[in-house]
Design a protein. Structure first.
Length: 64
């Protein structure tokens, strides 16, 4: 919400993209809500799972 109480669109992730990654890494609460405009499937990735992945493959270059 902006100063006038109007809803603000922060991002519109496309198919295969992700959101909420920064707050997951920072361990801070999400400051936004997500709404699907069409039917969608989402996968929740836990911070601990990402930490394990980075420990196992620390030198891999990750791309999305």
């Amino acid at each position: 919400m902006d100063e006038d109480g109007q809803e603000v669109i922060v991002d519109e992730p496309a198919v295969g993209e992700f959101f909420g990654f920064a707050s997951m890494l920072d361990q801070t609460p999400h400051q936004t809500n997500a709404y699907a405009l069409t039917e969608a499937e989402c996968v929740e990735v836990d911070r601990n799972d990402v930490a394990v992945l980075l420990e196992r493959k620390p030198l891999r270059v990750w791309t999305c």
